[in-house]
Design a protein around this ligand. Structure first.
Ligand code: XMP
Length: 310
């Protein structure tokens, strides 16, 4: 692929489509939404409104980091603080699919409000070729966000969707991202699920439990980063186990460490992390997160397991 030519062509296409109309982009900080945001900004400048929905389920410092990265590229990101909305809808939910559904509904509600408030006529979306294929195959339902938030672009709202990356595969998007000057932290970013840390919490999602899994995730990422895994993270179980704190028995939390190698996330193998690194992760998690008394390393492939826990 001629990356430079692709970029020039897409910028011209977006210019021709959006003209001087307002366009909105929902940035997640992932490589797809970051890349199409930069492309659209190059095409239409300040007529692009970039929003980042802070659902409170991101990794440590993620909303601030994403905002800073884009500020350095001259792109202003408006952060919508929706943490309370997400925690509210997740409260009391234990069933994985119910949690996913609650997350999805909250996302569409918040995003729908922002789209309508923005008075934008176009929505730029980071759909990539795999999304289109998986939507057609029935694996994903995320292809057209506007329709899912009850806004039918054909019927009266006057919205149109721009999908500049729809012919590209992930590795090509990464090349475009690099060429556009996005930092390595974005163009080589590990996949991170839409419902965020909620996919790594078994049982109820509460602010305290999110904080725990967030701290553990940072430790896992720091200690496994040098192995360049496809994905590495921590999971908080709802089961507990006995440990010892200051000479007394304590029934505490259990963290699972998951690190996998994969090309397309359809199949995955556990990363062969050396014993000494695993031991260090266990020591750090139990000492830096006092609620946790046990740490285990997960060694299941996908299939039969999935990568995430819900
Ligand atoms: P699983 O857990 O199904 O995940 O093996 C496969 C890949 O997809 C990511 N994932 C998601 N990505 N929204 C996303 O954008 C989601 O709801 C979601 N669920 C899982 C996961 O991190 C892995 O890379």
């Amino acid at each position: 692929m001629d990356v430079k030519r692709f970029i020039e062509e897409k910028i011209e296409e977006i210019k021709a489509t959006a003209g001087s109309e307002k366009t909105i982009s929902a940035l997640s900080g992932g490589v797809d939404s970051s890349t199409c945001t930069v492309l659209a900004h190059r095409a239409i400048g300040d007529n692009l409104k970039v929003i980042f929905i802070d659902d409170g389920l991101m990794r440590e410092d993620e909303p601030r980091e994403v905002k800073d990265i884009f500020a350095r590229l001259g792109i202003e990101v408006e952060v919508t603080d929706a943490q309370d909305e997400f925690i509210d809808v997740l409260r009391g939910k234990i069933d994985p699919e119910e949690k996913r559904k609650a997350f999805r509904n909250a996302f569409y509600t918040v995003f729908g409000q922002e789209v309508l408030r923005s008075q934008a006529r176009f929505l730029v979306q980071g759909t990539i070729a795999a999304d289109v294929i998986e939507t057609k195959g029935g694996v994903k339902t995320q292809h057209n966000i506007l329709e899912q938030i009850g806004i039918d672009p054909e019927k009266g709202y006057g919205f149109r969707v721009i999908e500049p990356l729809k012919e590209l595969f992930k590795h090509e998007v990464r090349e475009v991202a690099r060429e556009l000057g996005l930092p390595e932290g974005i163009h080589q970013r590990m996949p991170f699920p839409g419902p965020g840390l909620a996919t790594r919490i078994i049982g109820e999602v509460t602010p305290e439990r999110v904080m725990q899994v967030r701290k553990a995730t940072r430790i896992v990422e720091e200690e496994i980063e040098s192995f360049k895994p496809f994905q590495a993270f921590a999971v908080l179980l709802s089961d507990k186990g006995t440990g010892i704190e200051e000479g007394k028995r304590k029934f505490g939390d259990i963290i699972i460490v998951r690190s996998v190698e994969s090309k397309d996330a359809m199949t995955a193998e556990p990363t062969e992390v050396p014993w000494k690194n695993l031991r260090k992760i266990a020591e750090r998690i139990t000492s830096e997160i006092p609620e946790v008394v046990r740490v285990a390393y997960e060694i299941t492939s996908k299939p039969p397991a999935t990568i995430e826990y819900i």
